[in-house]
Design a protein around this ligand. Structure first.
Ligand code: SF4
Length: 326
């Protein structure tokens, strides 16, 4: 069976800025992969290349087995309905002059197939219902809705064309903390019920603990580690993943106090001039000489892989909290 998404050696440079540098990622049909990293890591750029808001510098993106990397706008049209995106900021991504019903129906207008007015109305009502909104909302404007409702409208718009792949780009981070969980739960329920594959882009590892089957950790344009959710949460191999997990808040205050924070020091270096060798080396507490001169290979561990000189195929892995190899 073909995968929902296959990204191979994706490169996206903006002039001298190396935003994405050789990312490969596969999501099976119906699978959920979280792409995690700090702001500036290139994760949203990957999402935009997948939906072809950006044309990659090199590499390939296959959606449902179809290479969409170099298709023209016209050639892309029949494939538009197979992938949708939900952005971070619903206020910015919904046209304030359009009624909600027209916003939600827009992908149907842009797709190649013609449908009747009545069918369009039925699909809008169905999509609004799926995200927990009443059909009367269709006759209101986005500014009349709350932030959480607006993001539900974005999700309804993304799902109306029944995509096989949804890109969710930080879908809750612009929302009030009080509504973040409900939007996250809604996405999880919809994914389970409808069965679309999902690339969930986030800076917040704890947001994906119950959502993602697989997790890919990105740093300065490259993948540092990939693995199943249990692999990443119970035994992260890469020092960067370990540091991210040590920084993520946990609900249990006793467990929170018992944790050893890992200080990453400086900010993310610039993608204009990324560090030689391992890109994480300027912030890695375990960096040593080789890290500056040699790019670490992606070592296979279990069902995943990690790119660090201290990770070995026999399971040997570093521990940034202890500062020693285990
Ligand atoms: Fe740290 Fe070196 Fe491993 Fe990079 S390769 S994560 S700098 S130990």
């Amino acid at each position: 069976m073909t995968n929902a998404l296959e990204i191979s050696d994706l490169v996206m440079h903006f002039g001298p800025v190396r935003a994405v540098d050789g990312v490969s990622l596969t999501i099976p049909r119906g699978g959920v992969t979280a792409l995690v990293g700090e702001s500036g890591s290139g994760k949203s750029t990957v999402g935009k290349c997948v939906v072809r808001l950006l044309k990659p510098t090199s590499g390939t993106v296959r959606i449902g087995g179809v290479d969409v990397t170099s298709l023209t706008r016209r050639q892309l049209r029949p494939h538009r309905s197979t992938v949708s995106i939900v952005f971070q900021d619903p206020a910015g991504s919904l046209d304030p002059r359009m009624l909600v019903g027209d916003v939600v129906a827009e992908p149907l207008r842009l797709s190649s197939s013609r449908i009747s007015r009545a069918e369009r109305q039925r699909r809008v009502d169905e999509s609004l219902g799926q995200v927990g909104l009443r059909s009367e909302v269709a006759r209101r404007y986005p500014h009349e809705l709350s932030g959480g409702q607006r993001q539900r409208v974005s999700i309804a718009r993304a799902l109306i064309s029944k995509p096989s792949l949804l890109i969710a780009d930080e879908p809750t981070s612009a929302l009030d903390v009080s509504v973040q969980a409900s939007v996250l739960n809604l996405l999880a329920d919809l994914q389970r019920d409808i069965g679309f594959a999902c690339l969930f882009i986030t800076h917040n590892l704890s947001a994906v603990e119950y959502l993602a089957d697989e997790i890919a950790v990105m740093y300065l344009g490259q993948l540092m580690e990939k693995g199943t959710r249990s692999q990443i949460f119970s035994g992260p191999a890469h020092p960067y993943t370990q540091a991210l997990l040590a920084a993520a808040p946990v609900a249990d205050p006793v467990a929170q106090r018992a944790r050893t924070p890992v200080l990453l020091g400086d900010d993310l270096p610039s993608a204009l001039d990324p560090p030689s060798g391992c890109r994480f080396r300027t912030r890695c507490p375990l960096a040593f000489d080789k890290c500056a001169t040699e790019v670490p290979p992606h070592v296979k561990i279990g069902n995943g892989e990690a790119a660090c000189h201290l990770v070995q195929a026999d399971g040997t892995r570093p521990d940034v909290r202890a500062g020693v190899k285990q």
